[in-house]
Design a protein. Sequence first.
Length: 469
Amino acid sequence: PGAQLPFDPEKKTVVVLGSGWGATSLLKTLDTSDYNVVVISPKNFFLFTPLLPSVAVGTLSSRSIIQPTRYITRHKARQVSVVEAEATDVDPINKTVTFKDNSGIRGSVSATTISYDYLVYAVGAEVQTFNIPGVQERACFMKELADAERLKSEFMDCVETAAFPGQDPKEIDRLLHMVVVGGGPTGIELSGELHDFLEDDLKSWYPELAGRIRITLVEALPSVLPMFSKQLIEYTESTFKESKIDILTKTMVKEVKEGSVVLQMPDKTIKEVPCGLVIWAAGNKGRKLTQDLMAKLPNDQTNRRGITVDGYRWQHLRHRRLHRYLLCTHCPVASQQGAYLARILHQMAKQDSLAARLSELEAAKSEDAPAHVTETKKVDEKEDVKRQLAKIKPRPFHYSHQGSLAYIGSDKAIADLPLKNGNFATGGVATFLFWRSAYLSTLFSLRNRTLVATDWLKVKVFGRDVSRE
Ligand code: NAD
């Protein structure tokens, strides 16, 4: 009853959980004529996460880095069903998914369970708070579109409150101190973008305050950006020094309080630092749905950080009549896995139809054959089907690393690019232009490319918009 999914009983059903990097890349490549395809995600769009820090400071408009999932599915060979809902339970034994509509507006039905033949599990991750007191309640995250919008609004609120007539100078310094937690790519890019906003726009809009805005980056490890080569780490540190962004390494955030952050310094002393805003970029962890699912597959779990997968594991899972998984939160890996899985699903559909044809041919009794010629033809076809079946040998997944790129502010970026004879590490303004063109070409559609390029041009000409939403 009600809105029916495009269902063909002759075809197997693929349920895709998520609309992020993995799911979107899969949907782009998947031949939907092979399957009934249902996509379930609480967001009805794909978010280009690498450019999220740019939205947080108004360099880009939030609309420019999202793409409705239906923009992709509407061009597919067979209709795909897109459901805006959150999966709440996966039953890998009975092969069902339960999902519910978690949005503000709900109809008479807001939860249901469907069956699948294959489940593509691409739900991504959530923010890791390590249960540090105050983080969940008081820190700004940098994970979803709403986080970037909230950060922009709160940052401008700090600036406007500091500009309030007669504001206490100590309070001005507190309000204008921004603390970024986490020296991974997210924390670094965000600090760089905040600095640009300050240099390019706030200096002229709020000349009396600009010199007092401070950015501090806190990192628990001995260095920032551990995934980059040593010279690029040093280059980032010196660029930050010039930009007056303080980096505190070997320093851990212990608590986020109202108006301050509690730090454990390298010498283990505790220091409470007043600040206007704490931005939490301290990494991600698996979702509760993922943890629940791991608990249901104890024999398949060999690690505790995520669902165990490897190049062959999917075959193993299929053999045990469960389903296959796709799980990675790192954008390029998830993206390559998505495309890989789409190809595998196509091979499997072909395998199924050939196997069905073979059993048809084998079941046909020789006495049914009307003539000697027909019988020969059947034998020929059987041999041909067998040959085609033998040719289908799905290969395991291999990640091809294209390099690491990050924007570090002041129109500079860093890049570690793997070449045949070693690694090529580069940083600076030319790398920034490369960063921009690489991100533009990675954006999934011409529409998004145009929007992002136009935003960059608008900011160059008119500056960023400092009005609060
Ligand atoms: P991350 O996990 O890479 O970095 C988080 C950092 O926070 C770690 O270095 C950790 O030591 C630190 N940290 C954790 N708890 C802390 C505490 N209490 N106090 C101080 N420091 C603390 O997280 P990310 O930067 O959000 O990146 C997530 C993933 O996305 C990574 O795989 C990353 O490579 C990828 N990513 C890549 C890019 C890019 O390539 N440009 C951009 C964004 C994200």
